[in-house]
Design a protein. Structure first.
Length: 380
């Protein structure tokens, strides 16, 4: 019988609580919880029945002696805790973004590799049932050779959401870190993970957000939107990250002779008219998945020359964790694979710090916004 793995979780918000549930469902023992605010970490530890809690990460590592650490804080707070955990000999499960820059992400990847530490990077919506179904269909040749992909989403986020980590590059904010990471992981899981080329454009169309005290959980931040945005006593924080992006990629696929063209388009602050979607186009058909992260109905265009809804195959449906919520389901799936791998069981490849550092370097390139060709002289 295999020893039950011990897990220490860093982060008390939606992600931290979700990671606790996921590791327990995978058969691990959550032995400790660390947060930045004593009262909050105490309350969450009590609600989740976690035996150890505190605000000192190093002390928690020493006291809990975990096999795995789960990092569920904003991206700007990842680097030091991960370094300490790796040096302590812990395997690391890290939510995205991995860090705030490509350079720091590479350092973490290389450190983990040098120390022979297993890592998991939670760009995890690749495990949505319809995405796995699309992967299966593409591999079976249902659309012929894939030639083009589009991933389109518009979130219409409230501009009045209180200022926090999502507004700051130094804390891991921005739509590339928190939307594009999932979208890129989804596409590469279906058609292939060798990214040959990338270019993009980003835009900060927010500017500023009100500063409000008391926001501890990302999912409840809307509850703190001020009632009177014209109140002269309001303080404001300046956004320094992108809220919209357009990215073009070329990806090599073993299912296609030529590189696949991919369009990623996201507007964080603008309303959608048609449904968010992901579409995989091929030489003989196409696959459409409803939803920005591919969590909706899958439809197939084939020789019938019309879109038809396709039921989820039993083998995929039966492998899905029994948990409510799309985000939670995907965390559970990845955690399940990670725990199996640590225990020496064979598992398919899953996203690790290798993908995490690759994605952070790509995000750095996109944020440079230097892919434009000046054609203004053509009007002279």
């Amino acid at each position: 019988m295999q020893r039950q793995l011990k897990v220490l979780v860093y982060g008390t918000g939606f992600a931290g609580q979700g990671h606790i549930d996921a590791f327990r469902a995978a058969g691990a023992e959550v032995v400790g919880l660390v947060g930045r605010t004593p009262a909050v970490v105490s309350d969450v530890a009590g609600e989740k029945s976690v035996p150890f809690h505190g605000t000192d990460w190093q002390q928690a590592l020493t006291s809990c002696q975990p096999d795995i650490v789960s990092i569920a804080t904003p991206g700007g707070a990842h680097i030091d805790p991960i370094v300490e955990a790796i040096n302590h000999g812990c395997h690391v499960f890290c939510d995205k973004p991995m860090t705030t820059s490509g350079a720091t992400a590479v350092k973490l990847y290389e450190l983990a590799k040098d120390k022979n530490i297993k890592t998991a990077y939670a760009a995890s919506f690749r495990y949505a049932p319809s995405v796995q179904h699309a992967k299966q269909l593409v591999a079976q040749g249902a659309i012929g050779e894939p030639v083009e992909v589009e991933s389109i989403s518009h979130f219409n986020l409230e501009r009045e959401i209180p200022f926090g980590w999502s507004h700051r590059a130094e804390d891991g904010g921005g739509r590339l870190n928190n939307n594009f990471t999932h979208s890129l992981s989804i596409v590469t899981s279906v058609i292939g993970d060798k990214i040959l080329g990338i270019m993009g454009e980003v835009r900060d169309d927010l500017g500023r957000a009100p500063i409000v005290e008391g926001v501890h959980n990302f999912t409840t931040r809307r509850n703190f939107i001020p009632e009177d945005m014209s109140d002269p006593s309001l303080q404001w924080g300046e956004s320094n990250v992108e809220w919209s992006y357009t990215v073009l990629a070329k990806i090599e696929s073993k299912f296609a002779e030529k590189p696949v063209s991919v369009l990623f388009k996201h507007g964080g602050l603008v309303p959608r008219f048609n449904d968010d979607h992901i579409v995989f186009y091929g030489t003989e058909g196409a696959i459409h998945i409803k939803g920005h992260y591919g969590t909706g109905q899958l439809c197939l265009w084939d020789n019938s020359k019309q879109w038809q809804a396709v039921s989820l195959p039993d083998d995929i449906g039966n492998a899905m964790p029994e948990v409510a919520g799309d985000t939670e389901l995907c965390w559970h799936y990845l955690v399940q694979e990670f725990v199996k791998d640590i225990n020496g069981e064979p598992v398919p490849p899953y996203p690790t710090f290798k993908e995490g550092c690759q994605y952070q370097q790509i995000i750095d390139l996109i944020r440079r916004n230097d892919d434009w060709n000046d054609v203004s002289y053509l009007h002279e």
